[in-house]
Design a protein around this ligand. Structure first.
Ligand SMILES: [Zn+2]
Length: 207
């Protein structure tokens, strides 16, 4: 095992290397990232990445998933972007701790190069969190729909709950039409379906 300890006091010559090391160090970074994900897991990974770091980071993640650790310069070459753009994308991923890096001194050039890896564990923690947030949100929507009656304008201008509609004397504040009591059974049903689907998503991934 060639684990490098943090290179503490040595002076760094290049701006690139001079900035603070952006990633936490992990133990056994070598082994943990070589994982074989199922198609379903891959889909989940890309969904999380898209949501927290943006579509542009997907090509990097594709590369990192195939490698234990890869230098930022190699990544830049592979995604055909310059080094600064590449770093920005890596930082976007790093903000959510989806990637981590170690730095190694380049023996020939004499400066430090960052080697990046994808955190295949963190991504599913994040998946779970996002899923939980959605579950909570959907539950609160169901509660709201169940606990209120709603009034809608026949011209589809607006939809108000009972109290709001009462404040407008049940007249649409946009067009003045008399608002009609809305049957939200279907809406509640569809929200409940969403909720069920959300709770299945984690189970399918074994989370
Ligand atoms: Zn109206």
């Amino acid at each position: 095992m060639k684990r490098k300890k943090a290179v503490g006091i040595k002076k760094v010559r290049r701006k690139a290397a001079a900035r603070k090391q952006p990633a936490k160090k992990r133990q056994c970074g070598k082994e943990e990232n070589v994982q074989h994900f199922s198609n379903r897991q891959m889909e989940a990974i890309f969904n999380v990445v898209r949501e927290v770091a943006g579509e542009d980071t997907i090509p990097i993640v594709r590369i990192l998933l195939k490698k234990r650790s890869i230098s930022e310069y190699d990544i830049a070459n592979m995604i055909k972007r310059d080094i600064n753009q590449t770093r920005n994308l890596l930082y976007a991923l790093h903000k959510s701790n989806l990637v981590y890096s170690i730095r190694k001194k380049d023996k020939i050039k004499g400066w430090y190069i960052y080697y990046w890896s994808f955190d295949g564990q963190r991504v599913f923690e994040l998946y779970k969190k996002i899923n939980e947030r959605r579950v909570q949100h959907t539950k609160s929507l169901i509660e709201r729909e169940d606990g209120n009656c709603f009034f809608a304008c026949p011209n589809h201008c607006i939809r108000l709950d009972f109290e709001q509609a009462m404040n407008f004397n049940f007249k649409c504040p946009e067009c003045g039409s008399l608002m009609e009591r809305e049957d939200n059974t279907k809406k509640v049903e569809s929200l409940k379906k969403d909720l069920l689907e959300l709770s299945k998503q984690c189970k399918r991934l074994g989370l």
